[in-house]
Design a binder for this molecule. Structure first.
Ligand code: HEC
Ligand code: HEC
Length: 295
């Protein structure tokens, strides 16, 4: 009995050592794994930078507020994750990241490529009251990061959002729309009408609008939903029947706006959430706001 106990102990220790060498030592010895660069969307190596200034402080806020409990920062090469979250994580991505914030559970979406996906005003509105821009979300509000309204972020909220805007980008803190989402937008081309306009379709569109759009655009399409107060520019007012000039006013143009979002405004891209037929349905519905004054 005693001898077999020793065998188990030694074998156990042996396997532990083996695992340690395979998982810990070998990758560390491979120079490929220690890269300070990532391969960008154009297939070229690009250096990864250490966070500085506001964004570096924002990372500490992210840790302190426990955002990592619900959010991962690790895009895996499986199940088409790339389509939702952005390029698959590379070793270099984590070069300067200690502690690592890969996370292990996705209660909310992966944030590896959050930078530039939404504008700062959207991020503030979302942190102050997530349901205001994302109805039905279970993400908790963080009102203590604000002075009483989404329009008045504290220093910590400013730092946090500066950090979020760097995720997946190499742009200076919070300055930019990052290459990935610009690239994404170019991929979302207008799909010709896959459904015909009919009262039934408009009804479906109303459901989609009330679930996803009214928080910003207002239940009657007037651009004055509950989240609108802190947004600049304000959500579009559909009752006038006018459309943003530079983007055109054909149905296809409007489709593209809904699918891609409106750059540099809080208008999100919906192509990742809504199917083409749903985008057409909601499009027909928002056009009804200006067509008739319903009693
Ligand atoms: C209780 C879990 C939970 C916590 C804690 C949490 N989130 Fe979220 N988060 C979610 C869920 C669920 C969503 C998806 C729905 C939505 O947009 O709100 C989300 C969405 C987001 C998004 C939008 C992602 C996108 O689609 O672009 C951002 C950004 C975000 N969270 C940041 C944060 C930050 C920063 C913190 C910490 C201050 C945080 N979250 C804490 C659950 C959480
Ligand atoms: C987080 C707030 C927000 C949500 C949610 C939102 N929008 Fe927007 N929307 C905006 C803002 C801000 C603009 C830009 C207004 C501007 O540029 O002046 C905009 C612009 C638009 C435009 C552009 C109008 C044009 O002339 O091209 C369309 C169309 C639109 N939204 C449709 C929708 C639809 C459909 C939904 C729901 C599926 C939706 N929006 C959800 C904030 C939002």
């Amino acid at each position: 009995m005693k001898r077999s106990g020793n065998v188990i102990l030694i074998a156990g220790f042996g396997f532990f050592l083996l695992a340690f060498v395979i998982i810990g030592i070998i990758p560390w010895l491979q120079p490929k794994q220690q890269t300070h660069t990532i391969i960008n969307l154009k297939g070229k190596p690009e250096p990864v930078h250490e966070l500085t200034g506001l964004a570096a402080k924002g990372r500490l806020v992210y840790i302190h507020e426990g955002c990592w409990v619900c959010h991962t920062q690790f895009v895996r090469p499986v199940s088409g994750e790339k389509q939702y979250y952005g390029p698959v994580a590379e070793a270099g991505t984590y070069n300067y990241q200690l502690p690592m914030l890969m996370g292990k559970r996705r209660i909310g979406p992966d944030l590896s490529d959050e930078g530039g996906k939404h504008t700062n005003d959207w991020q503030y509105a979302h942190l102050y009251d997530p349901t205001s821009v994302s109805p039905g979300t279970i993400m908790q509000p963080f009102p203590w990061l604000f002075h009483g309204s989404a329009a008045k972020p504290t220093k910590r909220a400013v730092e946090l959002v500066a950090y979020l805007q760097t995720l997946g980008t190499d742009v200076a803190e919070g300055t930019g729309y990052k290459s990935y989402w610009q690239y994404r937008a170019a991929q979302v081309s207008a799909v010709s009408a896959v459904v015909k306009n009919s009262p039934q379709v408009v009804k479906e569109g109303m459901k989609i609008f009330n679930a996803n759009c009214q928080a910003c655009h207002g239940i009657k399409g007037g651009g004055n939903g509950p989240a609108a107060a802190s947004l600049k520019p304000k959500p579009w007012d559909f009752t006038s029947g006018k459309w943003i000039k530079k983007y055109g006013s054909t149905d296809k143009d409007i489709y593209t706006r809904i699918a891609q979002g409106v750059p540099h405004t809080a208008m999100p891209e919906w192509a990742t959430t809504l199917k083409p037929n749903q985008i057409w349905e909601v499009l027909y519905y928002i056009k009804t706001f200006s067509q008739k004054k319903v009693a």
